[in-house]
Design a protein around this ligand. Structure first.
Ligand SMILES: Cc1cc2nc3c(=O)[nH]c(=O)nc-3n(C[C@H](O)[C@H](O)[C@H](O)COP(=O)(O)O)c2cc1C
Length: 164
């Protein structure tokens, strides 16, 4: 078996877009930052996946409610990303964060780049994480500039320029 530390060092070189995954349970919105979002398929129904750690405070709420919303962050959203990834700010995550329910009721953050409102269709446990596959019930493109927030080598960044 390969060394986990080496695996982590390698994965730090994978540039990833940053998202906030939200859900709502008993009228209480919850959310976490995630880079593990991936498009799965378009047909027969548009679907995406996200991998959520079992220890994350909203893992069980996502599992119980069967709904989540993926909100893609833009370059101006670093503070929002810090708030939704630090446990210290767990109770303040939705303060001054405008959101609205779409089809499922999960919070769509309207100050972000885009939102994908999902119903969970498959749940795949993988050791410390759960892969939630969601069928996309609504999509909102909140901003016209696609100025995505990235995460690489332990730091937030933006795409400096496109090649060709
Ligand atoms: C850039 C970044 C990406 C992250 N990606 C994921 C992820 O894909 N899945 C996950 O479960 N946690 C991920 N995390 C960690 C969660 O955001 C964090 O553990 C969680 O918000 C902790 O908060 P809690 O207080 O809600 O448990 C990531 C954190 C950062 C900073």
């Amino acid at each position: 078996m390969i060394d986990g530390a080496l695996f982590k060092r390698g994965m730090r070189r994978l540039a990833a877009g940053v998202s906030i995954i939200t859900t709502i349970e008993q009228s209480i919105p919850q959310g976490l930052v995630a880079t593990s979002v991936c498009s799965v398929c378009v047909e027969p129904e548009p679907s995406l996946l996200v991998c959520v750690n079992l220890n994350s405070s909203c893992h069980d709420a996502i599992s119980r409610t069967g709904i989540f919303c993926v909100n893609l962050l833009s370059s101006g959203d670093v503070e929002l990303a810090r708030r939704f990834s630090s446990s210290e700010s767990r109770d303040r995550r939705f303060e001054e964060t405008p959101w609205q329910p779409l089809f499922t009721g999960a919070p769509a953050l309207s100050a972000t780049l885009a939102s994908f409102d999902c119903e969970i269709t498959q749940v795949i446990p993988v050791h410390s994480h759960t892969i939630f596959i969601g069928a996309v019930r609504d999509v909102r493109l909140w901003q016209s500039d696609v100025d995505a927030l990235l995460y690489i080598d332990g730091q937030y960044g933006v795409l400096a320029s496109s090649v060709a």
